[in-house]
Design a protein around this ligand. Structure first.
Ligand SMILES: Cc1cc2nc3c(=O)[nH]c(=O)nc-3n(C[C@H](O)[C@H](O)[C@H](O)COP(=O)(O)OP(=O)(O)OC[C@H]3O[C@@H](n4cnc5c(N)ncnc54)[C@H](O)[C@@H]3O)c2cc1C
Length: 361
């Protein structure tokens, strides 16, 4: 039997376990390595923060999925991959061999060398730790907390608006401030986001790169030093260092370089999907949308590589739909040059998110 190791329990591997459950039982010996038996669906995280969903609604039970697919689940994390020897080392020192390896490890927060960020800030990812600390702040923190969110990409603004909405909903006051080094939104959507932030009372500090975080926690920026009750880190994504260290071919940043079949260009028995993967010839944003779509192709290709049949290509849409939730049940929709907003956009996003998560129940 072919030994397939699924490293990381992200969106794509959840889909692999769901779609391949019958095939796995007959043809594969599968091991899923994941630090947590639960996977939190990124699209619904701002909704959890805002109080629209309970955490459990957005969680995929990987242990149950693995069991349903006759796969072994190892709760742990890999610290080293050796694709030449076809094995990996786990944090507990154990080694794990494979015939085919699939990587869906996500990405790390991008700290960009900002002193004190790792120690003083609460990273938005992993979501499980972030949500536990957010709940702790709400329950045990000051009645009207002053919160800083560093990073004004889609994730940062969604989180900031969700936090401000949650504070307003409990009627105790509090302020959320976003530090943005630059504006990452297309000109078409930027005014809509700026208006939504203003409506909610989120304070946007544009062109304000954070240079350090000091105990307090205190944010150091061109505006000076300012103390907060909590600082959340929601900047861009960075690759796991072990990917480049492994000898797998990576792109300039260190994400695993894959071909259109999601297969490593240097080691054909290694596949990668989601944030971990960098498809040759495409610059895809690190977003759950691609992780989800690639998951379907990955599932097919893992089956095909075992059967020895032709692999399928992942073809990214030229412009994918973006739905940015605005704290309340209101969202901004955009695709390419088109954009619109309203409560209907939130319900559309809710419908899409619930449909995705429901298939795992
Ligand atoms: C605040 C925020 C909000 C976001 N909102 C959205 C959104 O609304 N829509 C959207 O499309 N995208 C959103 N994103 C981006 C999205 O989170 C990522 O692009 C997406 O999670 C990537 O999915 P993935 O399947 O590649 O990896 P993940 O979902 O990150 O899963 C990777 C898994 O691998 C595990 N892992 C990590 N290291 C190891 C290891 N060494 N060994 C074993 N397992 C390991 C992790 O624990 C994790 O479970 C948001 C990001 C942030 C930070």
């Amino acid at each position: 039997m072919t030994r397939l190791v699924l490293l990381g329990g992200g969106h794509a591997h959840a889909l692999v376990l769901l779609k391949l459950r019958k095939f796995i039982a007959k043809h594969l010996e599968v091991t899923l390595v994941t630090p947590s038996p639960l996977h939190t669906y990124s699209g619904m995280v701002p909704g959890i923060v805002a109080g629209h969903y309970a955490s459990a609604v957005a969680q995929i039970d990987l242990a149950r999925l693995a069991q349903g697919a006759s796969a072994e689940l190892i709760q742990g994390r890999a610290v080293q991959i050796d694709p030449a020897a076809k094995r990996m080392v786990l944090a507990n020192g154990a080694t794990l061999a494979y015939d085919v390896l699939s990587l869906n490890l996500g990405s790390l927060p991008e700290y960009g060398g900002v002193a004190g960020a790792l120690e003083q800030a609460i990273a938005a990812k992993p979501f499980e730790g972030f949500l536990a600390l957010w709940r702790d702040l709400l329950e045990n923190g000051p009645r009207a907390p002053r919160i800083a969110v560093v990073g004004a990409g889609a994730g940062g603004v969604e989180l900031a608006m969700a936090m401000q909405y949650a504070l307003a909903s409990r009627g105790s006051g509090g302020l959320v401030v976003i530090y943005a080094d630059k504006n990452v939104f297309t000109l078409k959507v930027a005014p809509r986001i700026a208006a939504a932030l203003q409506r909610l009372g989120v304070e946007l500090r544009p062109a304000m790169p954070v240079s350090a975080l000091e105990p307090g926690p205190t944010v150091v920026s061109p505006a000076g030093s300012e103390r907060f009750d909590a600082v959340f880190w929601a900047t861009g994504a960075a690759p796991l260092p072990m990917l480049r260290e492994s000898g797998l071919m990576t792109d300039a940043r260190g994400y695993v370089r894959v071909n259109a079949n999601l297969q490593s260009v240097s080691h054909p028995d290694v596949f990668a999907a989601g944030d971990t993967a960098s498809p040759a010839g495409a610059t895809l944003p690190k977003s759950g949308v691609h992780a989800v779509r690639q998951g379907a192709v990955l599932a097919d290709n893992l089956q095909r590589v075992v059967r020895g049949t032709a692999l399928l290509d992942y073809v990214a849409q030229k412009a994918s739909l973006s739905l940015i939730s605005c704290g309340e049940k209101y969202a901004i929709a955009s695709r390419g040059d088109w954009s619109a907003e309203g409560a209907w956009a939130w319900w559309w996003k809710d419908w899409l998110d619930q449909r995705w998560i429901r298939q795992f129940r």
